[in-house]
Design a protein around this ligand. Structure first.
Ligand code: GLN
Length: 305
């Protein structure tokens, strides 16, 4: 398969779509980006790399970080974790409060905001003030990139405007599903969201999930085969919030998006992919990123179906 040519074709074909979509406005600092940027990276398990566009430009990983915090929490708590956060799609927006009220503070899955806040809380119970550093260290190890840090401006901006997330955590606290100090948990959550990475680094960071839990870059067994299967299933069913069905329908791969404009996706036993384009569709997923991945699976015939 000539991946180099396929990426070039995708780059041409997505150009008209760069007009569409909107930048998120509820975290003001996320608007300080070049709206028509595009990057795509592909890394195979045997080490082939192909990239196109601004693949060295770092952006805030936002909800892609939920994948890593959940991976650490699942490894620590095993099935116990599911007492506090479910594994069903929510069918609601990522920051919705409605379902949480009538489901008594138990979020549907770890990839909506409420679910990610619970997994972060579970990590705060173990790592206390070092929770964010633990998550960052995990991402550094899985990507083998040491030069990762947060964007302070994005972190402060979300802290000042994260009213819905504060509402979510307070509601869950009222249902006894948050064990730690609200500020410590929410600060750690906002910090993990404001980690800056490029598409090359993000693609590398999920190779272990495409490889039965073993990181091919370090040969380390990061999680078990079964845990990798579960995490990938959750990405397929919940990774794009209320557009998860649409993403599975059009792209056919496990994936996780973030409002920073990034999407990671993987083909089990083959490769990891990452796309970046900051304008979003109405469910808060990168519009051009989704299109690029749809073109990729259509052109290559590589999907899990
Ligand atoms: N930090 C964002 C928030 O909590 C993450 C949301 C996202 O990327 N979908 O609202």
């Amino acid at each position: 398969m000539n991946y180099e040519n396929i990426l070039k074709e995708i780059y041409e074909e997505i150009q008209p779509y760069l007009e569409q979509g909107h930048l998120p406005d509820y975290i003001p600092a996320l608007k300080n980006v070049k709206a028509d940027d595009f990057a795509m990276s592909l890394i195979t398990l045997d080490g082939q790399e192909h990239h196109i566009g601004c693949c060295d430009k770092k952006f805030s990983i936002q909800s892609i970080s939920k994948l890593f915090s959940f991976t650490i929490a699942l490894d620590k708590y095993k099935k116990e974790l599911y007492k506090r956060v479910g594994h069903e799609p929510s069918g609601n927006p990522f920051n919705s409060l409605v379902q949480l009220e009538y489901e008594k503070g138990i979020p549907r899955n770890p990839f909506i905001n409420a679910g990610a806040i619970v997994t972060t809380d579970s990590l705060v119970s173990i790592y206390k003030e070092k929770t964010f550093e633990t998550i960052l260290e995990f991402i550094k190890n899985s990507s083998t990139c040491q030069d990762l840090e947060i964007n302070e401006e994005i972190y402060e901006s979300e802290l000042a405007h994260g009213f819905r997330n504060f509402a979510l955590i307070n509601m869950m606290k009222s249902f006894n599903n948050i064990d730690n100090d609200i500020d410590l948990v929410i600060q750690s959550y906002f910090k993990q969201c404001s980690i800056m990475m490029n598409t090359k680094q993000l693609a590398k960071s999920i190779l272990f999930l495409a490889n039965h839990g073993i990181n091919p870059l370090t040969n380390e067994q990061v999680i078990t085969v079964s845990q990798a299967k579960r995490i990938n299933s959750l990405m397929l069913t919940c990774g794009h919030y209320d557009a998860s069905g649409d993403f599975a329908f059009k792209v056919g791969l496990p994936g996780k998006s973030g409002v920073g404009g990034g999407i990671i996706a993987l083909i089990p036993q083959k490769m990891a992919l990452c796309v970046y384009s900051p304008k979003l569709n109405k469910q808060g997923n990168s519009l051009v990123g989704t299109k690029a991945l749809e073109l990729f699976t259509t052109k290559t015939g590589l999907s899990i179906f």
